[in-house]
Write a protein that binds this ligand. Structure first.
Ligand SMILES: NC(=O)c1ccc[n+]([C@@H]2O[C@H](COP(=O)([O-])OP(=O)(O)OC[C@H]3O[C@@H](n4cnc5c(N)ncnc54)[C@H](OP(=O)(O)O)[C@@H]3O)[C@@H](O)[C@H]2O)c1
Length: 341
């Protein structure tokens, strides 16, 4: 099997570290791994398959110098804006975890379980965008239901873990929790606009002129692009004091009547989705179940009290894996399949 020269831009970050772990776990066909980050990380090393590899600075020339063929970007939108075109021009396929390219028309936005056929459009720009973490787990659940029952409207509320804000987000929660338990005053809210320990914050990313946050608009617009759909959808995104794995309460209205049993049946056969919905035995999805796994868990599936065409459910996934690194690696695996077909 052909092996590739693979770069990770943002190798010292939360998503970058997870990407390296997943590439190793999956025995991804790598000839050479090139970890990249900012100047700050240049003396650091990453571990990959019992080897230590030095992190290099991300520059415009590095992709050509190293002969990079696949470049995973997870270093923030401004880094992708500046360096992803250089990687693509050097002949690499860029798989970008940031929001920078997601809504650009000629750039495919891909969740392999939903729209892997869109990967073929990568040739236009050399770039494939990885969706927002909350969007990925939601469309994995919505897509099989839409195909079967035709969705008319979705309302989602998220409960997003602090690691969604990177390593600094996790550090902020841990530090503030200790401070509160030691009766110390919290002077610095870290990655968040307010204290996150023993609190929750209905504000992720910046506010837009229509009173939505950018995170909420990402969920709305990205879902329509990935699913090629135009059903109504609204989102409320909330940061909660959970270290890892995002949860979502989703209400879905369909074209016709559906039962919780019918929904459970479809989701039981959905790719990379696992139904945990056994209330007799008090079993349902939670962040502690999803963390460090590659599945999206769904439960609490029930009919609406008033409308027979409406279902409510709860879904949870590890947003650093399913919502970022695993999805990016799945895109790369599909891209290789297409290349070799
Ligand atoms: N965390 C999540 O759950 C999640 C999920 C989906 C998507 N994402 C997206 O993935 C991206 C990274 O998120 P993260 O959570 O991994 O953040 P993070 O933990 O803060 O890591 C950021 C990474 O970017 C690198 N970086 C920063 N400035 C750079 C520059 N000028 N040039 C090159 N590298 C630079 C950092 O390197 P240094 O260590 O050298 O500063 C670090 O490796 C973001 O765009 C985020 O929106 C995150």
């Amino acid at each position: 099997m052909r092996e590739f020269i693979v770069a990770i831009v943002g190798a010292s970050g939360a998503v970058g570290e997870e990407l390296i772990r997943i590439l190793e776990e999956q025995n991804f066909p790598i000839r050479k791994l090139v970890p990249l980050a900012s100047k700050r990380s240049v003396k650091k090393e990453i571990s990959y398959k019992n080897q230590k590899i030095a992190i290099q600075e991300t520059t415009h020339d590095i992709f050509k110098q190293e002969g990079v063929e696949i470049a995973f970007f997870s270093a923030g939108g401004s880094v992708s804006k500046e360096f992803a075109p250089s990687a693509a021009q050097a002949g690499a396929v860029v798989i970008d975890n940031t929001s920078y390219f997601r809504m650009q028309e000629n750039i495919p936005l891909v969740v392999p379980e939903v729209n892997s056929e869109d990967i073929k459009l990568w040739k236009d720009s050399g770039i494939i965008a990885n969706p927002n973490c909350s969007t990925i787990q939601m469309v994995q659940v919505l897509s099989p239901l839409h195909k079967k029952f035709n969705i008319k409207r979705v309302d989602v509320s998220t409960y997003q873990a602090v690691s969604g804000a990177g390593k600094k987000g996790m550090e902020s929660l841990l530090k503030q929790t200790k401070q509160i338990l030691q009766n110390e005053k919290i002077e610095d809210c870290g990655a968040f606009p307010y204290e996150i320990a023993f609190n929750l914050i209905p504000h992720i990313d910046v506010f837009l002129s229509d009173s939505y946050t950018k995170e909420e608009v990402k969920m709305i617009k990205e879902s329509c692009k990935i699913m090629h759909s135009n059903f109504e959808i609204s989102a409320t995104c909330v940061r909660v004091p959970v270290l890892r794995s995002h949860s979502e309460a989703i209400s879905i209205r369909f074209e016709n009547e559906v039962s919780a049993k019918m929904i459970r049946e479809v989701l039981s056969n959905a790719e990379n989705v696992e139904v945990i919905d056994d209330i007799q035995n008090v079993k349902y999805p939670m962040p502690i179940i999803a963390t460090n796994t590659d599945k999206t868990y769904v439960g609490r599936i029930r009919n609406d009290y008033f409308r027979k065409d409406t279902i409510h459910l709860f879904c949870v996934a590890d947003q650093i894996r399913v919502g970022a690194a695993t999805n990016a690696v799945r895109i790369a695996q599909k891209w290789i399949e297409i290349l070799e077909s």
